[in-house]
Design a protein around this ligand. Structure first.
Ligand SMILES: NC(=O)c1ccc[n+]([C@@H]2O[C@H](COP(=O)([O-])OP(=O)(O)OC[C@H]3O[C@@H](n4cnc5c(N)ncnc54)[C@H](O)[C@@H]3O)[C@@H](O)[C@H]2O)c1
Length: 341
């Protein structure tokens, strides 16, 4: 019946269409494409509004009711820069979750110590490797070794990082290049293809609030962290558009953390932007990974400040930056003492 009606309808349309002259046909075609473009615009806008409202409500709900934590038992978790600071604390957080831990660092002593502490915390399988993440060939070589020894890495935490702590024109080219190689380019190599092939995995980028806003005295560091965020966001979109929704991404942007890396730096209004406790940061990162949170900004005030940054005019932004001390954060920078590294 439906097919009969459709046939009748198309025959009538064809009949009248044939009776039109060229000019009328052209007008009709233009009118049709204009109308369908309008309809597409209308439908897509409607979909955008509807889904945006849904996702905003979902985010509000998640603010009060945390998402269920995923089970990571049996996963292979690789942490770069595991020899100290946040990397070490992340290893200790994951130690009790039944994962195989793979620890990379250029600081072999620090890395061994992390491995020892992780075992003490209950990790059954811990593998520590000496690897300079700024050396692409070494990354591929040690990644192959990890594949043979432990298997495919399914959770990769790109955490290794360095800071020169000098004004841009005072920093030697070699240190600037190193900063980009460690903080950004090391994220590019080796581990994504098996995750995509298995449609399973998680990429975590330990970036920084300095990857969201420029800071006087941190030009190369900011550039490296902005780039790390741009890379992670773009890869996340590529994964989504190829249907690989089993590979998750988390971008972490903490303000100063009290690990030694930014020793000497001051915060102007600690009640709004406190120097963060490393244990708290590590716990929040692991929580974000286990709940597949896409972005983690710490402290929470950063979400509001970044919103302001995106809507305020440029001069008001500079004023806001000065108000929060972005021009003086680095004045008393000492950084990590050599013996701690
Ligand atoms: N400390 C902060 O205030 C702060 C704030 C925001 C973001 N971060 C980021 O968090 C991450 C961890 O920082 P942290 O505070 O724990 O610093 P950290 O100095 O304690 O740890 C960094 C680790 O990376 C290792 N590393 C450095 N270069 C390496 C290389 N080429 N190959 C392998 N390992 C290398 C170091 O040996 C060290 O163990 C970094 O990416 C840093 O940029 C830190």
């Amino acid at each position: 019946m439906a097919i009969g009606l459709e046939f009748l309808f198309s025959s009538v349309v064809k009949h009248y269409y044939r009776r039109l002259n060229t000019y009328q046909r052209l007008s009709l075609t233009l009118l049709w494409s204009f109308w369908s473009a309008k309809m597409n615009f209308f439908l897509e806008t409607l979909q955008l509004v509807y889904l945006s409202v849904y996702f905003i409500l979902e985010a509000c709900f998640r603010f009060f009711v945390r998402a269920r934590r995923k089970n990571v038992t049996g996963e292979v978790v690789l942490i770069t820069g595991a020899g100290s600071g946040i990397g070490r604390l992340l290893a200790l957080e994951f130690a009790g979750l039944g994962v195989s831990l793979v620890l990379w660092d250029i600081n072999q002593e620090g890395n061994k110590e992390t491995a020892r502490l992780a075992r003490e915390k209950g990790a059954a399988r811990v593998h520590a490797y000496l690897c300079d993440c700024s050396d692409k060939a070494e990354v591929y070589r040690v990644a192959d070794q990890v594949k043979q020894d432990v298997g495919d890495v399914s959770i990769l935490i790109n955490n290794a990082g360095i800071v020169t702590g000098r004004k841009f024109l005072d920093a030697p080219d070699s240190l600037i290049e190193k900063t980009i190689e460690v903080n950004t380019m090391s994220h590019f190599w080796a581990f994504l293809p098996p995750m995509i092939a298995n449609n399973h995995g998680h990429l975590i980028s330990i970036a920084s609030s300095a990857g969201l806003i420029g800071v006087k005295g941190l030009a190369d560091y900011c550039a490296s962290k902005f780039a790390a965020i741009g890379f992670a966001e773009s890869v996340a979109l590529e994964l989504l558009s190829t249907g690989k929704d089993g590979v998750k991404t988390t971008i972490v942007c903490p303000y100063f953390v009290n690990t030694g890396m930014f020793d000497g730096c001051r915060t102007k209004w600690p009640s709004v932007l406190p120097i963060l406790d490393p244990d708290y940061v590590a716990k929040r990162i692991v929580d974000a990974v286990l709940t597949n949170q896409a972005y983690l900004l710490l402290p929470r005030s950063l979400y509001f400040l970044m919103g302001l940054k995106n809507i305020l005019p440029a001069k008001a932004n500079v004023l806001l930056g000065v108000y929060f001390g972005a021009c003086n954060f680095m004045d008393a920078f000492k950084g990590r003492a050599k013996k701690d590294q």
